[in-house]
Ligand binder design. Structure first.
Ligand code: FES
Ligand code: FES
Length: 168
């Protein structure tokens, strides 16, 4: 029994109390996913589960048997960065960088939610098959990812620059 992390098979922990975040950071040597609040309030621990964003601090690893987990280490690597990682560099989307892996994982999934027409609090047309990426949608949908350095303007610009084809 196990799950997949960045394409590699990983065994489920024997202790069912181990969070997905602790499995990644402490048992898989994948420290890119950050532990900010450990209580679902900051978004630093966001990873992708079968392409959907999830707070790994609130999830037990044993819930994810057979699922595909992608962390920031699986999105890009030095010399082969994900386009959004490169855009964060070019648009000053970070200062200390602690929130950045969560911001990037969250944004990657957020854009897919737009393309699937998943509405947000600020969506006007709830029946739209796809929703345009504008600043209001972006800020609303990324509001669960906090940045204590206040790099929000750069984060917004980096996401818009990367996914411009989805923008209005
Ligand atoms: Fe998971 Fe803050 S560490 S939401
Ligand atoms: Fe420091 Fe966001 S870059 S918390």
């Amino acid at each position: 029994m196990g799950l997949t992390v960045n394409g590699a098979a990983v065994s489920l922990p024997e202790d069912p109390r181990v969070s997905l975040l602790d499995l990644l950071r402490e048992r898989q040597d994948l420290p890119g996913t950050k532990n900010g609040c450990n209580q679902g309030a900051c978004g630093a621990c966001t990873v992708l589960v079968d392409g959907e964003r999830m707070l790994s601090c609130l999830a037990l690893a044993v819930q994810f048997e057979g699922r595909e987990i992608t962390t920031i280490e699986g999105l890009g690597k030095p010399g082969a960065l994900h386009p959004l990682q490169q855009a964060f560099i070019e648009h000053d989307g970070f200062q200390c960088g602690y929130c950045t892996p969560g911001q990037i994982c969250s944004a990657v999934a957020m854009v897919q939610e737009l393309r699937r027409g998943v509405p947000s609090q600020v969506t006007d047309d709830l029946a739209a098959e796809a929703i345009a990426l504008d600043r209001d949608e972006l800020r609303e949908r990324m509001s669960g990812n906090l940045c204590r350095c206040g790099a929000y303007n750069g984060i917004v610009e980096a996401i818009l620059a990367t996914y411009a084809e989805a923008a209005e």
